[in-house]
Design a protein around this ligand. Structure first.
Ligand code: NDP
Length: 480
């Protein structure tokens, strides 16, 4: 069985304790590789390597650093097929999705930050007749990047690309559930000429190696994407150590549909915003609110389309949905369907596991599910399910839908469908969320701030926001 390895000081190596854990293929439910069960000793080894590398990396000219990161981005692109196949196998997502979204986005992330630093300028503040302030932006030192399983390489690169570009050395941990593409990245870093110790990738469980990263006194900043509960724990642990923190956490996003929308465009996009990546994107709109005059038409068309979705093995080019990421996650999603029924909801389509044939019969497949008849305050409508399950709810007025949309502890993203420009601006202003899409979903400009409010997180990623996070400002004043 293939053994994945840690990448420390520019080399692949076994975990110091020699222990490995199973890595499952969601499409078949079978173990297909082993990954290091790393712990605090591996973190220590990586920190030592990063400490040695930091003076070299942080003082390298911007052009040189940029060139290495561009080569890294090109290296992933050259190995596109290998990365796409690995991401799909590890996560269960359709190959077509990995090929069109995950891996190209990871390439773009590296390229974006590799070139952004060429144009990055810091501020200066002139004081008439007194002097001038200028602000230096220095790399922090060694930073920790911890990412989840839903968009494995994409979200991994979203953190480590700006961290490296800003001149930091990185200790990174992908989710133990989807380690493969992060493992491959080590080879690409070697080929790109990344100096040893600049990028260190450790595999293992959140509670051991993840925790050791968060607690290590020499790791000065933590960029974390994952669940709200884990984020809360990380904040509690890292804040007393005065570490910089960026937390991108859960969501329970509203998708608000007014009767004056472009119906066909809305329906097509709502299919994606509900079920792309088996509903396992933090930006998916899992609470769909529809203006009452459109409700019956929407319900009929949506349920019909959803029930025709093809759930198949990830290699099937016709698959609309592949497997969800793990058996425990599949069980969690199904438990929410049961909860919805107990809370008085009606399952209009889906709500069950799909058993495929042959080698895929043990895979974790779920039929996309639409539920109606639930109060907006019930648990199904308040808690993050993170799977192919959406609820639909009618509304009468803007005030009413705003109250329902803003009622959860989360505030990551919201989608709004209307052709009334004034209403679009009015609603966007009043929605409690970090991102609002109007007549669109998941359109991402890499320069824009990304992140949520309330329990969806603290801080922003993307563009200059990320480069600011990964640098410390130092103001210098010179008197005339
Ligand atoms: P988790 O919070 O379980 O895990 C995220 C990462 O943190 C994993 O690498 C995990 O390791 C690690 N981890 C777990 N416990 C600790 C710990 N005590 N100390 C340090 N690291 C730890 O999230 P999931 O992987 O289940 O991802 C799904 C969640 O991510 C959803 O809530 C989703 O909304 C959110 N998400 C948010 C996004 C955003 O941008 N706001 C984007 C994408 C997802 P391990 O896997 O080994 O447990």
């Amino acid at each position: 069985m293939e053994k994945l390895l840690n990448f420390i000081n520019g080399e692949y190596c076994e975990p110091i304790n020699g222990k490995f854990i199973d890595n499952y293929e969601p499409a078949t439910g079978k173990v297909y590789s082993l990954i290091p069960d790393s712990d605090a000793n591996d973190v220590e080894k990586a920190v030592e390597a990063a400490e040695k590398a930091f003076p070299v990396w942080s003082s390298m000219s911007i052009e040189e650093r940029s060139a290495i990161l561009v080569r890294l981005s090109e290296g992933i692109e050259r190995r596109m097929d290998e990365f796409v196949a690995a991401e799909s196998k590890d996560n269960g997502k359709p190959v077509t999705l990995a090929a069109h979204v995950d891996i190209p986005r990871a390439v773009s992330n590296f390229h974006f930050f590799a070139t952004a630093i060429l144009h990055y300028a810091s501020e200066s503040h002139y004081m008439e007749g007194v002097g001038v302030n200028y602000t230096l932006r220095k790399p922090i030192g060694i930073v920790g990047c911890i990412s989840p399983w839903n968009l494995p390489l994409y979200l991994f690169s979203w953190k480590i690309a700006p961290a490296l570009a800003a001149g930091n050395c990185v200790i990174a941990k992908p989710s133990e559930i989807t380690p493969y593409t992060a493992y491959l990245l080590g080879k690409v870093a070697q080929e790109a000429g990344m100096p040893a110790g600049v990028l260190n990738i450790l595999h293992g469980l959140g509670g051991s190696v993840g925790d050791a990263i968060v607690k290590h006194p020499k790791i000065k900043a933590i960029s974390f994407t994952g669940g709200t509960k884990t984020g809360e724990y990380i904040a509690r642990t890292a804040a007393p150590m005065f570490k910089k923190l960026s937390l991108e956490l859960g969501g329970k996003n509203p998708n608000i549909i007014f009767a004056d929308c472009d119906f066909d465009e809305m329906l097509k996009t709502t299919m994606r915003s509900s079920f792309a990546n088996q509903g396992q994107i933090c930006l998916c709109g899992s609470r769909i609110f529809v203006e009452r005059s459109l409700y019956a038409k929407f319900k009929e068309a949506f349920v019909e389309k959803v029930s025709r979705s093809i759930v198949s093995n990830p290699k099937d080019p016709k698959a609309n949905l592949g497997a969800v990421v793990s058996k425990p996650h599949m069980e969690k999603v199904l438990s929410y369907v049961e909860l919805a029924k107990e809370e008085g909801g009606t399952v209009l389509t889906g709500g069950e596991r799909v058993i495929l044939d042959g080698e895929y019969k043990e895979g974790y497949y779920l039929r996309p599910t639409v539920i109606e008849g639930l109060d907006y305050t019930c648990r199904t409508n308040q808690e993050e399910i993170f799977g192919p399950v959406v609820t639909i709810t009618p509304f009468d007025t803007e005030e009413e839908v705003l109250k329902m949309a803003n009622s959860t502890q989360y505030g990551l993203a919201a989608t709004l469908w209307t052709s009334d420009l004034q209403r679009a601006h009015r609603m966007a202003d009043q929605l409690h969320s970090g991102i609002v899409w109007i007549n669109a979903w998941l359109v991402r400009d890499l320069r824009t701030p990304f992140g949520g409010v309330k329990a969806s997180g603290v801080g922003r990623e993307g563009g200059w926001e990320a480069l600011r996070f990964f640098t410390e400002p130092k103001n210098v004043f010179i008197k005339y």
